[in-house]
Design a protein around this ligand. Structure first.
Ligand SMILES: NC(=O)C1=CN([C@@H]2O[C@H](COP(=O)(O)OP(=O)(O)OC[C@H]3O[C@@H](n4cnc5c(N)ncnc54)[C@H](O)[C@@H]3O)[C@@H](O)[C@H]2O)C=CC1
Ligand SMILES: CC(C)CC(=O)C(=O)O
Ligand SMILES: [Mg+2]
Length: 424
């Protein structure tokens, strides 16, 4: 880095790098990347004034070209999981080759396959390697083989546990329609065109994590699941939603069921307070979840950032997938305050098409793009994947879920087209 550059330019960079390397001691593989992002940002804010223009420009270029070394854990899981993660693995390899990065990929067990091999849906070893990684990519878990309602262990428990144990409280689910796919949606073009919503689904609280149990009452079995939230759990996700809205169209919609549920009244009170006190510049409204299910299909363009609880977010985003044309198109990022993020398509293991080689791999490839952007700060690489997906769809290639009975291609073929488009 030093040769040919004057000290005035080099010193601020070295200082930034050293400071960040100290701050990031717990995550040694990330510090250089953080240093790069911070220094580039500092520079663009003209905070580093010591360097001459030639050296500053040269060093900035150098920093942008730094190679990244990262450890990524792959959790293929069940059903179509292994098929779509195989495509993602190939794509990560292509990105590494093209941009000169080194991604150390390691696979681990989760879900039904983990139950079969170890008796538990999330082996300790899996959790350990995931916590030690820079990022995690998941396929999907579950399937009829493990669906016995009396079973004591279920694949889905593995997913809930990894989210909780890794502190991944925010699930970002972008819903964006593609001009080339408007006809794939069962809704009218004029309704879905231009939809661009970012859901923030709370991921480690609510009814999926509340107390549950059963008892006998009046001679009859009674089973319950409790939906509970603490103010702190609501505050942090609403804060993330507010911050995201500032970088988008500056609007947050909070979705609840406050006309019926006590827990939703807490949600509404806390969300309103965070928005008023910290984001008074951002437009804010609230919608009841049942009405939201309808508004999403009648006026989706009116929404920018939507923040909601675990259960409502799960259901509304599967519904919203129909705006884009297929569940097979939607990626997600699960993030916490610190540590690695977990990236996955929003769909499940699709047992009805598993093993047929026809699953749409685009949601998973777009999840790879989110991984590169959010966990590795590789914006250019993330955008390259998103542009490649756009290009392949614009060229008319369709997997069966998007083909509406017309000609279609398989999982691997679709994946390869995206990978080929990356280098163009
Ligand atoms: N994150 C996860 O691992 C999730 C797991 N599940 C589990 O998945 C299993 C199946 O659940 P379902 O209710 O059937 O939901 P699902 O999301 O697996 O499938 C719903 C429908 O969408 C289709 N589909 C889903 N992904 C697709 C893709 N990439 N390409 C083409 N078509 C696709 C399926 O073929 C099916 O017709 C269950 O065991 C469930 O618990 C469900 C949701 C999330
Ligand atoms: C535990 C999962 C199966 C819940 C779900 O459907 C999801 O996260 O999308
Ligand atoms: Mg779901």
């Amino acid at each position: 880095m030093s040769s040919g550059y004057c000290a005035g330019s080099v010193i601020p960079i070295i200082e930034t790098v050293v400071r960040l390397s100290r701050e990031c001691r717990s995550r040694p593989r990330r510090w250089l990347e953080k240093a790069r992002a911070a220094t580039v940002a500092d520079w663009s804010k003209s905070e580093l004034t010591g360097g001459c223009i030639r050296c500053s420009a040269g060093l900035l270029k150098l920093l942008k070209e730094l190679r990244v070394e990262a450890k990524i854990v792959l959790l293929p899981g069940d059903g179509i999981g292994p098929e779509i993660v195989a495509v993602a693995e190939k794509c990560l390899g292509a990105v590494a080759d093209q941009f000169g990065h080194q991604f150390h990929l390691q696979s681990a067990l989760i879900g039904g396959i983990a139950i079969d091999q170890t008796g538990t849906a999330l082996p300790d070893e899996t959790l350990e390697v995931c916590k030690a990684a820079d990022a995690v990519l998941l396929g999907a878990v579950g399937g009829p083989k493990w669906d016995d309602p009396t079973a004591s262990v279920r694949p889905e428990q593995g997913l809930l546990k990894i989210r909780k144990e890794m502190g991944l409280y925010a699930n970002l689910r972008p819903i964006r329609t593609y001009e080339s796919l408007l006809d794939a949606s069962p809704l009218k073009n004029e309704i879905v065109r231009g939809t661009d919503i970012l859901f923030f689904r709370e991921l480690t609280g609510g009814i999926y994590f509340g107390n549950s149990g059963q008892r006998e009452e009046n001679g009859e079995e009674l089973v319950f699941n409790e939906m509970a939230y603490r103010p702190s759990e609501i505050e942090r996700i609403v804060r993330l939603a507010g911050e995201a809205a500032r970088k988008r169209r500056e609007k947050v919609t909070s979705v609840d069921k406050a006309n019926v549920l006590e827990v939703s009244r807490l949600w509404r009170r806390v969300a309103a307070s965070v928005m008023k006190e910290e984001f008074s510049d951002v437009e804010y409204d609230v919608v009841l979840v049942d009405a939201m299910a309808m508004h999403l299909l009648s006026r989706p363009r009116d929404f920018d950032v939507v923040v909601t609880g675990n259960l409502f977010g799960d259901i509304l985003t599967d519904e919203a997938s129909m705006l884009t044309g297929s569940l097979g198109l939607l990626p997600s990022a699960s993030i916490g305050s610190d540590g690695p993020g977990l990236y996955e398509p929003i769909h499940g293991s699709a047992p009805d098409i598993a093993g047929k080689g026809i699953a749409n791999p685009l949601a998973t490839l777009l999840a790879v793009a989110m991984l590169l952007r959010h966990s590795l700060a590789l914006e250019t690489e993330a955008t390259a994947i998103e542009n490649a997906v756009d290009g392949v769809l614009e060229a008319g290639h369709r997997t069966a879920d998007l083909a509406r009975g017309g000609p279609s291609i398989g999982t691997q073929e679709m994946g390869q087209l995206v990978i080929d488009a990356l280098s163009r």
